[in-house]
Design a protein around this ligand. Structure first.
Ligand code: MSP
Length: 649
């Protein structure tokens, strides 16, 4: 098969529509955009799918809180998603909504097929459910895993509500008739598949987690709810609505024609997906349930799951419930789409969580984009024009230094291509930047501004232009518009439809460039000088992480508080620490707080200090405070309520 005929189908997770898109959703979508653009550059026929996950309890509850009907509520966000993607130059081919009639019909077709073949059966579900994660706790928490019960709901009784092990929020008990997918029957087939396809999950460490989970035993999966109306009704049994994940995962095939007789060719053309992009929080759904659903439907499995880490802010996952969400719109207004695209792709190491900071973004723009790249282009064009060189021809033969530079470009490309194909884009960019530094050093060392020989001058300019052209082509999936502008300054137009990358890898540098001066590609940001951080005094010894981990710091709610008789410092607190129990704690904070200030508040405590007696009373922990500028004590507390007993990490 010729390279041009190869296809590349890439998907993003579909986003819950409970709010406007945030930086986390932008990140998943941007990764898919880069993947699609990279493959288009390589001459592949590409299809890029994204969309929205609109059913389920989480969305229904958010709609209720907003006093809107679910359909009206979800409709109100769709344009925001589409506008955001378009502002960030995200070129998806199709935007699926799980409320689309075609999707709903196709899911019902799937359900019927699996009911008929016995893969789906009716029973009772009894257990805990986490609405924010739309997950049955039994699936995630080994301790709580139980077989789907055959007893009727009235015979079930909830034990103490466990917290969701993923988001640590309270779960709710449900006990209802439910349809089950025979997941347990796929355990061996899944394990065999993982073994035969070690590259199924990138990064590969994540495959190990999945294998361990499957090896520990799979239970059949509840895939319908009767206590919820907002979902796709089961065929011939409409009081059951489809579990939101069984509905949503199928979007990857319903969007390209699954369940529609007239679209079978399209389905055969695109499926299986070549790359499915997702965050680490939804790995199990994609690496276990989704492949099992596909096996049951007789469809091939996706070729690769690219699993990314989280964007964190001050090392905490960025999420609405933590109140630390970065708004992609304000980033767009402040920095423009391409600087943000570059920063997210370059700085976020796919494999890990990475902290986001605008200061870091500005530094990257200044050093990588404005200095290393923009400045190089500007210098070459300005200098050439100064010497009246507008049309730059390549020499008949290259000198040694230029041959070395070209060799370096070719060598760099090998590494670059490998990482780009695999989804390690941050690594590819770092390899490319090493070459950009090399071109800068070459240009600086050649000192073209001192060269009087016009042929030699033209050779240095030509070698630099060839390098810049290669760099711009390779960077175009990440910064499409800026690279187009850069190329226009060299008089180059990129023609799609063939393997540009392959052509570059063997390009002997014979191009003629027509140089035009353009405004600066990237402006630098003024960065306020950093105030020197106070160094840790030598007298303050460092501790190891193990030593640090010995201190149990946890959040608790102060239930009762009273003054300790005859003490002008002490207050006596009764604090609830969830699974750590309720404790009496004495604290010398009376000067700054009255009991009324503290009752009902959450705060942070040290829990494993040895018990201590003060004024005849035992204290079983220590309240943490800091002094403000007036030497008054300030309580340390989480910015949003968290479950009592949550430990600090
Ligand atoms: N609706 C499900 C996906 C169904 S796919 C069949 C869902 N939606 S989500 O809106 O909650 O999350 C979608 C994606 O955004 C996930 O890949 C998730 O990892 C990603 N992000 C959400 N917050 C994130 C960060 N803070 N950082 C990076 N990405 C994270 O799950």
């Amino acid at each position: 098969m010729k390279e041009q005929q190869k296809k590349f189908y890439v998907t993003t997770p579909i986003y819950y529509v409970t709010a406007r898109p945030h930086l986390g959703s932008l990140y998943s979508t941007l990764l898919a955009d880069v993947a699609a653009r990279w493959h288009a550059l390589r001459g592949f026929k590409t299809f890029f799918l994204t969309g929205t996950d609109e059913h389920g309890q989480k969305v229904a509850q958010a709609a209720e809180n907003a006093h809107k009907k679910p359909q009206e509520f979800v409709d109100s966000f769709i344009q925001d998603f589409k506008d955001m993607w378009s502002s960030y130059e995200i070129q998806y081919d199709y935007f699926i909504r799980t409320t689309d009639e075609s999707h709903k019909k196709a899911v019902q077709f799937w359900l019927k097929k699996l009911i008929d073949s016995g893969e789906i059966y009716k029973s009772y579900y009894s257990g805990f459910y986490c609405t924010p994660c739309e997950t049955y706790v039994t699936e995630k928490d080994e301790k709580n895993v139980s077989e789907p019960s055959k007893a009727s709901p009235s015979e079930q009784s909830p034990s103490q509500e466990p917290l969701c092990i993923s988001c640590a929020r309270k779960t709710s008990f449900i006990s209802e008739e439910s349809y089950f997918f025979r997941l347990s029957a796929y355990q061996d087939r899944l394990l065999k598949f993982y073994e035969e396809n070690p590259d199924f999950i990138v990064p590969s460490e994540r495959l190990n987690e999945v294998v361990k989970f499957v090896q520990s035993g799979l239970k059949d999966l509840s895939i319908s709810r009767t206590s919820l109306e907002w979902g796709i009704p089961f065929p011939d049994d409409p009081q059951h609505v489809t579990y939101v994940w069984a509905d949503a995962l199928n979007n990857y095939v319903t969007a390209i024609g699954y369940g529609n007789e007239a679209r079978q060719e399209e389905l055969a053309l695109w499926w299986p997906a070549d790359m499915q992009i997702l965050g680490k929080d939804i790995l199990r759904f994609h690496a276990v349930y989704w492949p099992a659903f596909l096996m049951a439907s007789g469809l091939a499995l996706p070729k690769k799951l690219l699993v990314h880490g989280w964007i964190t802010v001050n090392d905490q996952k960025m999420s609405k419930s933590f109140g630390n969400v970065v708004d992609p719109q304000s980033l767009l207004d402040a920095y423009g789409a391409e600087a943000v695209r570059y920063y997210l792709i370059r700085h976020m190491a796919i494999t890990q969580d990475s902290d986001f900071s605008t200061l870091d973004l500005e530094k990257r723009v200044n050093s990588d984009l404005a200095h290393d790249l923009g400045n190089l282009l500007n210098r070459v064009v300005t200098l050439s024009h100064k010497q009246n060189l507008f049309e730059v021809k390549s020499p008949a033969t290259w000198c040694v230094k230029e041959i070395a530079l070209r060799d370096s470009f070719w060598t760099m490309m090998e590494l670059f291509i490998e990482d780009m194909n695999e989804g390690y884009w941050y690594r590819a960019l770092s390899t490319l930047w090493r070459f950009i530094h090399e071109v800068n050093s070459y240009f600086h060392a050649a000192e073209p501004w001192k060269i009087s020989d016009t042929a030699r001058f033209e050779e240095v300019i030509s070698a630099t232009c060839h390098s810049l052209q290669g760099i711009a082509f390779l960077l175009s999936p990440v910064m499409p518009q800026k690279m187009k502008t850069l190329l226009s300054s060299l008089g180059v137009v990129m023609t799609p439809g063939h393997d540009v990358v392959d052509e570059l890898s063997t390009n002997p540098w014979t191009k003629t460039f027509m140089l035009t001066k353009i405004p600066l590609l990237f402006e630098k940001y003024e960065i306020a000088p950093v105030v020197e951080e106070k160094k840790v005094e030598a007298a303050e010894p460092t501790i190891t992480i193990e030593e640090w981990a010995k201190t149990v710091l946890a959040v608790g709610t102060i239930q009762e508080c009273e003054e300790v008789p005859r003490s002008d410092k002490l207050l006596k607190l009764l604090v609830n620490f969830g699974s750590y129990g309720t404790r009496q704690i004495l604290s010398g904070v009376k000067k700054s707080f009255s009991p009324a200030d503290l009752i009902g508040r959450q705060a942070i405590f040290v829990l494993n200090l040895a018990p201590r007696k003060m004024m005849g009373l035992e204290s079983n922990g220590m309240l943490l405070t800091v002094q403000d500028a007036q030497s008054d004590l300030v309580l340390l507390c989480p910015t949003v309520p968290v479950p009592d007993g949550t430990r600090l990490k």
